[in-house]
Design a protein around this ligand. Sequence first.
Ligand SMILES: [Zn+2]
Length: 178
Amino acid sequence: MTLGALPQTVEVRTLAAREVTLAGVLDPIKLLRFSSAIVAVKQPVVVNADFYRDEEGRYIVSVQVTAEVQVTCQRCLGALERTVASSALLAVVWTDEQAAQLPPRYEPLVAEAEIDFWEVVEDELLLALPSFSYHSNTNCGAETGVQAPGSGDAAVSGSPEKENPFDVLKALKGDVDK
Ligand SMILES: [Zn+2]
């Protein structure tokens, strides 16, 4: 099945009243906050959203988002593949007071008639993104002594003044070689 592009602006209560399901993909380049939090995204973000009303008449969005991303390993600063996935039950409310009264199973979505649905997706992705990511030991450049491609420059330029203990080792080795 080929998914179409996810619409950006949706009338969230109208969709819930009609019990619409929106499934689509989203180019991560359009999600600036999310793009800047990671190294790269190779695949479009996949989104599935069911809009409906619950027994109490609330307007609900059940949303699932998945993204295949590259993040930075905090140990070796190399790139690391990660799947970021999130699912949430959002209840549409008009005010913060209404948001505070929601049952705990719902996250509030404060909205007028229309919402920027891409922003909702982006918020979910940012929440699901782990704060720290590491390679498993066997793949990590810090463990094997091999830097992942492209990470060397960033590591060096990050601390130009600081003396690198490996440079000392290199110098020692150089002396031995001579
Ligand atoms: Zn690593």
